[in-house]
Design a protein around this ligand. Sequence first.
Ligand code: F6P
Length: 320
Amino acid sequence: MKRIGVLTSGGDAPGMNCAIRAVVRKAIFFGLDVTGIQRGYSGLINGELREMNLSSVADIIHRGGTILRTARSETFRTPEGRAKAAEHLREMGVEGLVIIGGDGSFRGARLLSNEHGIKFIGVPGTIDNDIPCTDYCIGFDTAVNNVVDAINKIRDTATSHERTYVVEVMGRNSGFIALEAGLAGGAESILIPEMKTNLDDVIEKLYRGLQRGKLHSIIVVAEGAGSGIDVGNVIKEKTGLDTRVTILGHIQRGGTPTSFDRVIASRMGAMAVDLLIEGKDRKMVGVVSGELKDFDIDYALSREKTIDKSVYELAGILAI
Ligand code: F6P
């Protein structure tokens, strides 16, 4: 193998830059050339490719987002779009790709592999942390810390005004951010798509808290479990309590990556290069109980990642 390519795709995640840096520097360490693909699959189709060197990834370890930019490409969903993408890779002499992104990005890479034989290794990067076969996806720790930071601030004003706050967090189809940040932020209730929650139970808990003198309540809602505004409206209507809703939105995805994200992203990016050099293909890097492993992409994409129910129950018990 002489040349590899690297791209980021889907929603950006803090730590992606550390992974790019690791891919580029580890590959150069082994004497490979590296092509950086701008704007994910969209840039691949448009031929937005550039040569990467040691300096291309200097001074990015602390920066959120992705220096390669990212996109969600509709054209790549078409066979014509993928044919164009493969053509650009062949022209550049790229023999293997490192895809940093979520499961949608890996599904795209798999199609490129099926139809055009492009080798690839996936590196899980999404704040949602919802990719199977890995305990951890790049960006999750930073996003959770962003949410906890916001909850701390909301708590100050919630206590001062003796209000109930509904905080809606990201997680398109999953409750990992909500669960982790809800536990760390001491939320009274956590609503996630993986667990059915009856709003009457949430309200009962609110009343119990008020009876024992609680000055405020915080309810964390994963966007995949429903709208924070709807939850807030129901609580307001049924209880008459002074209730406010905060939708944290994209603020969760930004900011300097935590050291945890930096380290795991560096390790995962470097391992992706090792796998390509070993001749591996259609794999995903994952971390299981702290150890890096590789998984067959078909296997990984056929699995479902589940939340740890004991953590959910614990959060409920501690916020009684
Ligand atoms: O990257 C994952 C994610 O942040 C989800 O939690 C969220 O639903 C989605 O991306 C938002 O996507 P976009 O930035 O395209 O609006």
